[in-house]
Design a protein around this ligand. Structure first.
Ligand code: GRF
Length: 197
């Protein structure tokens, strides 16, 4: 199965997905695509032998033009599954509908809690005892598609948004590869991982 991964920055989730696909896996990475040509993840993808492309959203007058090029590049790669991994552009419903059912995203909260940005600060602010990350199918509504996996941890006294972000990112690196394997194997039951206490 052909897997395309969309990134915007460092691509740490992309690296884990690509590395996991190197071992006895139904999927193989055919393209890593970024909306930022300077994204550090592009060099990491190339170092792992994966083809890369950048569609600079700043080089386009508007969202439609950007998404038209994104769609052209993606279509050429013929992906069976698209993984958004630290991809920081909101995609219009028109674009999402074209790939609906074949696009996953990882979000750093236990959805439906805290969709959107600044999830760790908001979880602390809300006094949450548990926090974590979610892999969900991408639908037109932001961070709201069917959940395919979650990983959770206990918030610790003294946690800051940064310390929480770091521990959640570690969970993401475990959750996303596990969920991609299940999705490609056609399993639909959501995965529920727990961090060691
Ligand atoms: C991180 O904040 C992560 O929680 C979210 O995207 C950001 C960058 O991730 N999923 P990555 O290192 O580019 O995968």
């Amino acid at each position: 199965k052909r897997v395309a991964i969309l990134i915007s920055g460092g691509g740490s989730n992309m690296v884990r997905l690509v590395e996991d696909m190197g071992r006895d896996h139904p999927g193989r990475p055919v393209l890593v695509l970024s909306n930022r040509p300077e994204a550090a993840g592009l060099a990491r993808a190339r170092a792992l032998g994966v083809a890369t492309f950048a569609v600079d959203h700043r080089a386009h007058p508007g969202r439609e033009s950007f998404e038209a090029e994104l769609d052209r590049v993606l279509t050429a790669a013929r992906p069976d599954v698209i993984c958004l991994a630290g991809f920081m552009r909101i995609l219009t419903s028109g674009f999402v509908r074209r790939w609906e059912g074949r696009m996953l995203n990882i979000h750093p909260s236990l959805l439906p809690k805290f969709p959107g940005l600044d999830t760790h600060a908001r979880a602390l602010e809300a006094g949450e005892a548990e926090h974590g990350c979610t892999v969900h199918e991408v639908t037109p509504e932001l961070d709201a598609g069917p959940i395919r996996g979650q990983a959770r941890l206990k918030v610790r006294p003294g946690d800051t948004p940064d310390s929480l972000a770091a521990r959640v990112l570690e969970l993401e690196h475990r959750l996303y590869p596990a969920v991609l394997r299940r999705v490609l194997a056609g399993e639909t039951a959501p995965l529920d991982l727990r961090a060691p206490a």
